[in-house]
Design a protein around this ligand. Structure first.
Ligand SMILES: *Cc1c(COP(=O)(O)O)cnc(C)c1O
Length: 385
């Protein structure tokens, strides 16, 4: 039996739970991103925090993408997977001295700096090494991404980036920092953005800011528009690859670039999400008063998004062709929030049936934990199974 692209017979023999990656889909996705960015000379840095699985990183690096990192260990993971340091950008509100020193030693392309104290520390540490640190300032544009409050990052009351009201001061301070080279400006307003029209006001804000910087006699060579493009969690078979053509065209149309300026992106989820699936077995089917629970061997420790952001993952029973029935699908973890979906229609499910949670390639495996002394989920790949 096969369902969709899933080699059910092969998956059946593997101990669950595990992540299964469709490497063909990932390759197709990367090819389209490459084609669409090439049209406009845009540069894409894959946001490693979405999925730092070694094979996935190696494939993305081998296709020529850069990397967007948010910790020193992500910078290391990027380098180990073959991303050249000259294509690594490093964001994050709390970069430690150790992380900054690591990135300076590796000569990464650019620090995306999020505060004045951070800027001063980078200047000092670069000075000690006799280096010039390349930085972009992350600006909080006060644009609403219309996404979940935990994954919106571009509004004023937010820990990320410099508020617009502080920019004049930042420009002043930058003049006095001898070990900093200002490369450009960086923006990232949130994640899982489904309505891409929210990027239009962002572009408008960026255009206004370009005027501001020009008036201050500052040349920004690089404009980094961050990531955040959403994917279709409801219907991954209909939309396995997000609409990158429309997404990049929007920026091409709305950004007023200066001569020679290069635009960068840091997409994470939209690159890897649909390629990943969490495969799990039904341990028990438990009948309650009014509900029936399907209890899986995967839980929030393997895929935390439903518990953390009330996120939805499509669930399918790939072992059953029986008529549909309603279930609450839950994990085994000792937390009431360890629920994947409620009142959900699945083919009638029995102990031992294999269920798959779709669109789990981003913020899935990488967020796994060992709570309850669980083992971390393993990963298998379509080209090596
Ligand atoms: C998380 C993050 C991204 C990637 O976001 P996606 O929604 O996965 O595309 C890009 N840039 C920064 C600074 C981030 O924090």
């Amino acid at each position: 039996m096969t369902k969709g692209n899933f080699p059910v017979d092969k998956l059946k023999g593997i101990e669950t739970p595990f992540y299964y990656y469709d490497m063909e889909l990932l390759k197709k996705t990367l090819k389209i991103v490459k084609e669409e960015t090439k049209k406009y000379g845009f540069i894409q840095h894959y946001a490693i925090k979405a999925n730092a699985n070694k094979r996935i990183l190696e494939l993305i690096a081998s296709e020529g993408f850069g990397a967007d990192c948010v910790s020193g260990n992500e910078v290391k993971a990027a380098v180990n997977a073959g991303f050249p340091a000259s294509k690594i950008v490093f964001a994050g509100v709390g970069k430690t001295d150790k992380e900054i020193n690591l990135a300076l030693d590796l000569n990464i392309f650019c620090f995306n700096v999020e505060s004045l104290p951070e800027l001063e520390v980078i200047n000092e540490l670069a000075g000690k090494k006799g280096k010039l640190a390349q930085v972009a300032i992350r600006i909080n544009p006060n644009v609403d991404a219309h996404t979940h409050e935990y994954i919106t990052t571009g509004l004023n009351e937010n820990k990320f980036g410099f508020g617009l009201e502080h920019l004049e001061n930042v420009v002043e301070v930058l003049k006095s920092l001898k070990h900093i080279k200002l490369m450009g400006a960086h923006f990232h307003i949130g994640s899982q953005i489904e309505d891409i029209s929210v990027f239009e006001p962002l572009c408008k804000k960026v255009n206004e800011l370009q005027d501001f910087f020009e008036a201050q006699d500052i040349k920004l060579e690089h404009i980094n528009m961050g990531g955040g493009l959403g994917i279709d969690y409801e219907d991954p078979d209909k939309n396995p690859i997000p609409d990158f053509a429309d997404y990049f065209a929007l920026f091409h149309k709305n950004l007023k670039l200066r001569d020679g300026q290069i635009v960068h992106f840091e997409l994470g989820r939209s690159i890897v999400c649909q390629s990943g699936t969490l495969v799990t077995r039904t341990t028990y089917v438990k009948r309650g008063e009014t509900k029936t629970f399907v209890i899986l061997d995967a839980g929030m420790t393997d895929l935390i998004r439903p518990a953390l952001y009330q996120a939805y993952h499509k669930v399918e029973n790939i072992s059953s062709d029986l008529p549909l029935a309603k279930y609450d699908v839950v994990g085994p973890i000792c937390e009431s929030s360890d629920v994947f979906v409620k009142d959900y229609s699945l083919n009638e499910t029995r102990r031992g049936d294999i269920l798959i949670l779709r669109s789990a390639g981003a913020y899935g495996e990488i967020m796994a934990s060992q709570y309850n002394c669980r083992e971390l989920p393993k990963a298998y790949y379509s080209d090596k199974i």
